[in-house]
Design a protein around this ligand. Structure first.
Ligand code: ADP
Length: 415
């Protein structure tokens, strides 16, 4: 199967890998799936992924299409002992001026048999050159790395000459970049959440700049040329601005999400919940909901909680209660608390559109939005942020809901 849209295919494979990662699949099964997908999409003879261990060995952790005796001979390769192209790539050593290397640091050739430097090395015994002996023609080695840390490589081979175009290599590099990210997270081990928070912040930072340029240029075009603009073009431009604006909001929500990761030790404050909730409601915009009535229980307790977290948690729940009030002409929101032996159970209740049974568990997952939320602005991150906050403070969060009747979100706060 030859599929030529490599940018799009890269996104398909990366999305699949993200799914596997989010399901909590271990790195071994993610690597296994990656080699299968790459071989299928590249339509090539064999694909393998080598991962370096702490002793400098780089065995194949996943492979497809290679003969068993090739793998048996190649897998014991060690960067401390052997000399081979795989060693150089795994260590990040490459010559950027050579036509055989990409700027990413991948080695590639479509005529392996003619490569003089490997053959010379083989003749004097300094190079292993198993791949040359095997007779492959098209050949690439793409490093799996994150920043300056190298974890191993993806090895792709084919018998045909000119099989591995630069487009195909770029595609493999795209996947290798994603694997590098996973390796980094896995290597972070215990500090997985801290690491993730750092990565999210970095991605956000990198995205903010191009996004504001897109918005700025689109608005500039709008100002300068809107007079003589074809209405269809004006419509498309408006959609660019609105989509970029939405993405900007999404990036900011991701920032809020990352703030809740890896910080279980955040400082707690004594909070008078009644005063806190009333102040919060005063600060919130209720525009567009003229019949809205919010009731706050008079007897809310004093709790110990990080105040910034509590603000984010309650404003997400209250703004959802308002936002998903459906077409109800008299939306009602109630905030209250039930005292239990060892904890307080706080609730935010509404008489809005409610949530289908099938969606009740899912709404706490990042980016999950129900089909009823179509047309209502949102990123799908609010409740996952709430869950992170509540759990990091030793509580639970859940919802009781009936479609068309309303929802009640509960969360617990230890005494
Ligand atoms: P967002 O509101 O940004 O889409 P959330 O994570 O806060 O994201 O909510 C996830 C989804 O849960 C929403 O898209 C919506 O479908 C559903 N939801 C959340 N709160 C309510 C509510 N009070 N009533 C009905 N549906 C809700």
């Amino acid at each position: 199967m030859v599929r030529d849209d490599y940018e799009n295919n890269g996104n398909i494979i990366n999305s699949r890998l993200i799914e596997l990662f989010n399901e909590g699949r271990d790195i071994q099964s993610i690597l296994g799936e990656t080699v299968k997908l790459l071989r299928e999409y590249l339509d090539c003879e064999a694909v393998g992924i080598r991962v370096m261990d702490e002793l400098g060995n780089i065995p194949y952790q996943a492979h497809t299409g290679f003969a068993d005796h090739f793998i048996a001979k190649e897998s014991p390769l060690c960067i401390r002992r052997d000399r081979c192209a795989c060693i150089d790539i795994s260590k990040g050593q490459y010559d950027p001026t050579s036509p055989h290397f990409t700027p990413y640091g991948s080695f590639h050739t479509n005529n392996l048999q003619s490569l003089g430097f490997i053959r010379d090395g083989m003749a004097d015994g300094s190079y292993r050159g198993e791949c040359v002996l095997w007779g492959w023609e098209s050949f690439t080695l793409v490093p799996v790395k994150f920043g300056l840390r190298y974890y191993g490589l993806i090895h792709v081979v084919d018998n045909e000459k000119d099989k591995l175009t630069l487009g195909r290599i770029r595609f493999v590099e795209n996947i290798a970049g994603q694997l590098g990210l996973y390796m980094q997270i896995v290597a972070a081990g215990e500090d997985k959440e801290k690491e993730l928070s750092f990565l999210v912040k970095r991605i956000m930072h990198d995205m903010k700049q191009p996004l504001s340029s897109i918005l700025m240029f689109a608005e500039l075009i709008n100002e300068e040329y809107s007079q003589d603009m074809d209405p269809e073009l004006a419509g498309l431009l408006k959609r660019i601005v609105s989509n970029a604006g939405y993405m900007d909001k999404l990036v900011s929500s991701l920032g809020a999400f990352s703030d809740t990761l890896g910080r279980p030790d955040v400082q707690k404050d004594d909070i008078d919940l009644g005063v806190f909730v009333n102040e919060l409601i005063n600060d919130m915009s209720m525009q567009g909901y003229p019949g809205l009535k919010i009731t706050v229980d008079d007897n809310l307790p004093i709790i110990r909680y990080p105040s910034l977290y509590l603000r984010r948690l309650l404003s997400n729940l209250i703004s959802n209660a308002i936002k998903y009030s459906s077409d109800n002409s008299a939306p009602r929101v109630e905030i209250g608390c039930e005292e239990k032996n060892t904890y307080y159970q706080i609730f935010v209740s509404d008489n809005g559109m409610g949530i289908k049974d099938a969606d009740v568990e899912q709404v706490f997952l990042p980016f999950y939005r129900t089909s009823s939320a179509k047309g209502i602005p949102g990123s799908g991150l609010g409740l996952s942020i709430c869950k992170k906050i509540v759990e990091s403070c030793g509580g639970n969060i859940w919802v009781y809901s009936q479609e068309g009747e309303g929802s009640t979100f509960y969360f617990t706060v230890p005494k």
